[in-house]
Ligand binder design. Structure first.
Ligand code: ADP
Length: 666
């Protein structure tokens, strides 16, 4: 086709060719004029006067062609800029090459802006300089984008550094806290005088508060760094609310407040979601209600509606009769580090993080939270969360994707444990905990290298590995152990212990070949649960040195022995007191088997729970805890529970009779 056409044009008469050339140059001119890029041309032979200025150039420079054609740069731009343009123009013409000027400032009526310019030299048939073509573009936008991008990268790096700093700081704070909380827990069941017990309680309380603050800071930084992932496990939200309300009851009664839970009229089906985070939300809201209320009551109301096939919306109100919040502060209190009143910190303490975390968690779950409140009129916090209805409730073991056997069979006394931990306080604490679980063969390594040496020299059945140790860290030691095992059939369980609870830590431990992971401070029950996967542990040791007892005994005698220090009279005395006291409480409970909220019922249950705990009566402790959680129950349910309590008290009496600690058995 093309060949055909060019052949034809070669045979054209001269006038037609001229017309064609003219029309072609016109077309070219129109194109150049209307190209969306700013183009200009200067006559090199006539002092670089402007001879072409297209529409895009008019627009870009804000100078019309009529104004600039026939002029030089010196007529249009500041002297220094014109000097620069002229110098480059001359350089371009001499160089005989296209020159790219990545950035030059140009000043026009709209100000000085950065331009990217390309200059093209054109020569006549004899090779003499003739025209200089220029293409200009404004690169302010690109420059701004690059700067924005750089700023964004810098901010991301800073955020990453902040997360890492917080992870490290949390590690540094959690490690000593681990020791403090653990030691206080171990001290608690030992013989202490009243003054020592008060001091111990103060230590426990203060360290728990500090741990909460550390956790809050860590959580908010995880949420900010988008490192918080929500779980999705089937759970019973009503039961969760009952547990939390039950847990906070002692605090409410200490302050003389009535704390009640109104459960949904139609039982709420189990849902898929993050029960730990929902617990956090409830805890924060009820905790605040308790904190900012001095008299009256706190009502937690749980409800739900079916929102679609297989989905529901949970609605929860936490209403208090406390100090209230001024309407103009309602938005503020959900922000980080914000408190409604600057005097709040002085009077009530706190960091102003609780509600920020609560709101973020609710929103991450797809829900909403709001507050209605006025000073002196109490507050109502309401949140809703959409859930998918679960088909079953999963236990943590079921949720464990590793699919390991969940109950160990080996006796703790037969197991050689290697503890790799550099902090001497933590070593002591771990030893005591393990002794409490019935372990007798405990070997401690002070750092990673020692751990590896010890491991090589003796055959161990279980390794507890601190991740952050001098010489060699826990990940390295774990990898080395796994390498040593290669080829053989042995796989020694390694449990990682780390105060670094940032996202991804668990994966990091598992990737290094460890089997489980526990955060510090070590929670005794969680630790039991984890160890229980490999070791057969007796349930609930009440004292670290308590010998394993038969599961059937209603009383852990160690508690009484701790108290009596072997003095028989003291034992008889305490048992006598306990029996008398519990009979009174039982009567009180029976007298208050009413429908709905009952403060005397709650108080009686609370007293029974305390004395059951002190004397080491496990089942009775559970039953009275349950009674305490019967905040708003039917008389019938209460009667049934009182019968169960009475039966357990009878069993306890028989037990004491058997032990020769009481003269009558009923
Ligand atoms: P903190 O309690 O640690 O100060 P929060 O984020 O939990 O932080 O709460 C922020 C602020 O909101 C509190 O300082 C308090 O002024 C106000 N506030 C929260 N809950 C209540 C409530 N139930 N009654 C009155 N004021 C409240």
């Amino acid at each position: 086709m093309r060949d055909e056409r060019s052949a034809k044009s070669m045979n054209e008469p001269a006038d037609i060719a001229t017309a064609r050339t003219l029309s072609e140059s016109k077309t070219l001119d129109t194109i150049v004029r209307n190209l969306p890029v700013a183009l200009f041309a200067k006559d090199v032979r006539d002092n670089y006067r402007m001879i072409m200025w297209n529409h895009a150039a008019e627009k870009l420079f804000g100078i019309s062609a009529a104004d600039i054609l026939g002029k030089t740069d010196y007529d249009m731009f500041p002297q220094s800029e014109a000097d620069f343009f002229r110098a480059t123009d001359e350089r371009v013409m001499q160089s005989r090459h296209v020159v790219d000027i990545p950035e030059e400032p140009i000043t026009t009526a709209r100000g000085t802006w950065p331009a990217h310019t390309i200059k093209v030299p054109v020569y006549d048939d004899e090779g003499n300089p003739s025209v200089l073509f220029g293409i200009v573009e404004d690169i302010s936008f690109e420059k701004q984008s690059i700067e924005n991008y750089k700023a964004k990268v810098a901010a991301e790096q800073a955020n990453q550094a902040k997360s890492e700093f917080l992870a490290n700081m949390s590690h540094e704070l959690r490690t000593p806290l681990n020791s403090i909380i653990g030691m206080a827990r171990l001290l608690s069941p030992t013989a202490l005088n009243d003054e020592q017990r008060t001091m111990l309680e103060a230590v426990s309380k203060a360290s728990q508060m500090l741990l909460k603050t550390v956790d809050d800071i860590l959580d908010i930084s995880k949420i900010e760094a988008k490192q918080m992932e929500l779980e999705s496990i089937g759970f019973d939200a009503t039961k969760l609310a009952q547990e939390i309300v039950g847990m906070l009851q002692p605090l409410a009664s200490q302050k003389g407040l009535l704390l009640s839970l109104h459960q949904p009229a139609t039982p709420m089906p189990p849902v898929m979601g993050d029960s730990v985070r929902l617990a956090r939300i409830l805890n924060n809201l009820i905790g605040n209600a308790l904190k900012y209320t001095h008299e009256g009551q706190i009502e937690v109301r749980l409800d739900w509606v079916q929102s679609g096939k297989g989905t529901l919306e949970m609605r929860c109100h936490v209403a208090d009769t406390g100090i209230g919040i001024a309407p103009e502060k309602h938005a503020l209190i959900f922000q980080e580090f914000s408190q409604a009143d600057s005097s709040t910190t002085r009077k009530y303490g706190g960091t102003g993080l609780g509600l920020a975390i609560t709101k973020q968690l609710v929103e991450m779950m797809g829900g909403q939270i709001s507050v209605k409140s006025a000073p002196g009129q109490g507050s109502v916090f309401t949140f809703t969360i959409p859930f998918v209805i679960a088909t079953e409730i999963e236990t943590p073991e079921q949720a464990d994707q590793t699919g390991r056997a969940v109950a160990g069979t080996q006796e703790p006394g037969h197991i050689r444990v290697l503890v790799a931990e550099d902090n001497p306080l933590n070593q002591l604490f771990l030893e005591k905990m393990l002794e409490g679980f019935g372990f007798t063969q405990i070997h401690v390594a002070n750092d990673g290298r020692q751990a590896l040496d010890l491991y090589r020299s003796g055959s161990f059945d279980l390794v507890l590995m601190d991740c952050h140790m001098p010489e060699k860290n826990g990940y390295e030691v774990a990898s080395a152990i796994r390498t040593m095992e290669k080829g053989g059939s042995e796989h020694v369980p390694i449990i990682a212990m780390t105060a670094n609870v940032m996202f991804g830590e668990r994966d990091k431990c598992l990737a290094a070949g460890m089997d489980e992971y526990i955060g510090k401070p070590i929670d005794l029950d969680k630790f039991r649960q984890i160890l229980g996967q490999w070791v057969k542990l007796a349930p609930l040791p009440d004292s670290p040195s308590a010998p394993a007892q038969s599961y059937e005994a209603p009383i852990n005698m160690q508690n009484i022995r701790d108290y009596s220090q072997g003095n028989r009279d003291r034992e008889l005395h305490i048992v006598g007191l306990f029996i008398e006291h519990s009979r009174d409480v039982l009567e009180e409970l029976r007298a208050n088997c009413v429908d709905g909220v009952s403060k005397p019922w709650y108080e009686a249950a609370h007293m029974l729970k305390n004395s059951a705990g002190n004397i080491g009566a496990r089942k009775l402790f559970e039953l009275s805890t349950q009674a305490q959680n019967y905040v708003s129950e039917t008389a019938q349910h209460r009667l049934e529970l009182v019968d169960a309590i009475e039966a357990e008290l009878r069993r306890i009496s028989y037990f004491f009779y058997d032990q020769g600690l009481t003269s009558n058995a009923a």
